[in-house]
Design a protein around this ligand. Sequence first.
Ligand code: ADP
Ligand code: GN1
Ligand code: MG
Length: 688
Amino acid sequence: MDYCIGVDLGGTNIKAGVVELRSRRIVCKGSVKTRAPRPVEEISRDIVSLCESLAEEAGSSLSKMKWIGVATPGIVKDGIVISTSNLGWENVDLAGNIRALAGIKTYVANDANVAAYAEAVWGSGEGAESLIAVTLGTGVGGGIVIDGKLWEGKNGFAAELGHFIIERDGRACGCGKRGCLEAYCSATALVNDTKEMMKKYKGSLMWRLSEGSLDRVSGATAFRAAKEGDEPAQQVIDSFIEHLAIGVSNMINIFQPDVVCIGGGISGEGDNLLLPLKARVEELSFGIDSSRSSVVIAKYRNDAGIIGSALLGRRDEFIKMGAQTQSIIDKFAIEGKVLGAERYGLGHINETKYVEVENEGKIHKYILQKINKNVFKNPEQLMENYVAVTEYLRGVITERGGDPDRETLNAIKTVDGKNCYMDEDGEYWRLILFVNDSLSYDKVERPEQFYESAVAFGNFQYLLRDYPADTLYETIVNFHNTPDRFRQLMDAVNADKCGRLSEVEAEVEFAKAREEFAGTLERAREAGKLPLKVTHNDTKLNNILFDKSTGKPLCVVDLDTIMPGYSVNDFGDSIRFGATTALEDEADLSKVNFDISLYELYVKGFIEGANGGLSEGELEMLPIGAIMMTFECGMRFLADYLSGDTYFRTSRPRQNLDRARNQFKLVSDMEKALPEMRAIVKKYSEMA
Ligand code: ADP
Ligand code: GN1
Ligand code: MG
């Protein structure tokens, strides 16, 4: 389990959240009042007890958290808060105090820096090596990330971008000097400028928008009025943007970062702010076309402190895990030093790590996987399938003019020419090329994406249509044999190994009522309706990599279960995971509903991708395949829950039970929708 805690320590509230690194989710969050000024010992105690209760709420405990990260106002160097007016501290060892109480690693950094870090790592500058964040709030804050690291300066004062002087002898700034960016571009300055302009122009629309009262003016007033064509408001905005563009261009001309990220309350204006700003920055800064720094709006608002502080420990962990990985990487036929490694993706089966290796000044990226021996009894045979299929696909992709390094997986041989490496504990490791600039999704984010994934999975089957099925080992025997899965569930029920049966009686009854249904596909096969083909057998959405820049599917991954199987199961497995309104482990069943419009998109895409390769019998059975895979997967989760969660990876207690209930809810929905599901298939098969 990769949980850590992020704490956003503010002048008024202490907010904290448990963050799951692999899924990038805040699992739970909470807050208490800061009640400043108080001694650091007292506030540290409150922080730690908040962390304790959140860790428990997440089904874990504080000692199991990987680390605590804290975002604090003020000047910070090496965990010491050198000074902060909001909390009234000078030279206090905040990190040391929390570490002593919590007993786990603790990191502390300035809150604006932390927000910049959140943007550089997971935010709108995701993966940027260098990023400058400018926060337009009550003041103007800043943070700088260089080579993936926060730049705090030699004394912890960096990066006060708000006090970059942009006008000699200009406006007085709160810091006591004149002409600082903050004096022109903070929300405070914008509100003041708006009011001054309103006093001059009594007929301005800004008066109406603020209901005739200067007290109701906000940072949005001038933006809204300018959009309606109000001239005085436009003047306010023009001057605001001009000053901001000067500030941002200066930063770009000095640093030439990958990304400049604009955050804070005013960034809520989105394109109204961004488009004119970008246009002016382009005129004022050096750089041409694609080499330009990109200027973007921040992704995180309220959660920036929690996310960014939670990420503070990530770099150390990356380096530490990298060092642990070196000896395994050395067994593969590649050169170089491991820079770092971290757990990657949300697969339930293998242990997957992302690894960076440096060789002759170049960084190479890989995926290192420990093959799950509990699930795959013969990893060497599995790797024979894997390499044979990927080499075959390389050929097909090259022939079509594609890029075989990105459109299929590529396993690296070991130094002695093997497909995987067995360590002294008998564990098997494989190393594959990381598909650069790719992402996978655990939930459909845009409907077209689901349609495109259907084309990709349908096409995957089509590409393998001539692959000799009898050369493939069966990596998991009876993998999608649903009647067998039913028997396995009944065995788990009878054994009731963990005493959990009483909790799941309704679910067991649900399964028993469908025993006869479980055999439907096997009967169709006996009747000659369903051919065995080379299929993927694990077609969930997160087993497709999408191209980060185009958003289109790029590569089908997770090739461990390529075996002879039914097309309708590949179809069905995607439906159970994707054509739903919730994540696979959503515990609140009122949020879990079968989404027929996503189903329809998938039907359309799968039939298209299969290129006429689906027989009439297969088409007819597609809806049954969807119900079957959902039912089967629910039974597998339930059996695993009863047997003590030994098959599917879990990150919290009862997760497999939640997954089982979730799948059974979808089965019920689909049973009701079956006539409609059939009609949809009919419509698209006739069109094909
Ligand atoms: P599991 O069997 O545990 O699901 P996968 O092989 O599916 O393991 O890998 C887990 C996740 O890692 C995938 O869902 C995908 O997001 C990511 N992944 C796997 N291989 C690659 C790769 N070569 N490049 C980039 N990401 C990958
Ligand atoms: C597993 O490996 P992964 O996480 O992509 C499982 C599938 C299940 C799925 C449920 C080899 O897929 O069969 O449908 O979890 N893979 C194996 O999410 O058992
Ligand atoms: Mg997977």
